[in-house]
Design a protein around this ligand. Sequence first.
Ligand code: PEP
Length: 247
Amino acid sequence: MRTLIAANWKMHGDLSWIQKPSEFRALFPAGKDNIEILLCPPAHMLEAMVGASTGLDISVGAQNCHDESSGAYTGELSADMVAETGATYVILGHSERRAIFGDTDNWVAAKTSAAQKAGLRPIVCVGESRAEREAGQAEEVVGAQIDGSIPADARGDNIVIAYEPVWAIGTGLTPTIEDIATIHDHIRGCLTARFGVKGADKIQILYGGSVNPENAQEILALKDVAGALIGGAGLEMKSLAAIAALA
Ligand code: PEP
């Protein structure tokens, strides 16, 4: 299993960014390490980004998809449409989707199933708010999101989970290394309860939330952290390559 270093560009960038895969590879040549690089640009760049990444061993993913295959859903993309661009991943249930666009656990589970059916590998995000952490509810909240957002047929090759504490996203704050280890261990326990040791062990769990070249080494060295989902530091290929070099 390769360590997954994923950049979520959110609503940033323009079509000139399709040179970023080459820029990244100039800084971090392919095959150097056992690392998979994933770029998740805004939807209008997906197809061009897939083209620009071909032959560079860089995967491309979307940031959302709808659970229905077609219909009157203005502004949405189905999982099949995402797959048609050549993208192979999709981020689902990001805290911004949950907070701003009303993605619920049920809806994330439906989107995840649709993505799996379309042959995409969904990255399902979970994480507690600041208030929930301060109330000592982080494990309970994350456990409920795992139970509600992960469909019954999850396997290592058809899902990735990202633990992203909401309060750590874009803030420069991160949980302590012990707290990250505790939640990842808890997620592994929730997965084991549902899918058995063999099934759960193969599911990659990423950490996300203010990962940068200064803190990446310590976080990525944790036993159960199989990669990172990166926002701000993933917009610059220099910092993304620096993080990959530490993985
Ligand atoms: C994110 O939005 O998924 C994220 C982790 O952002 P940042 O790295 O900027 O905290």
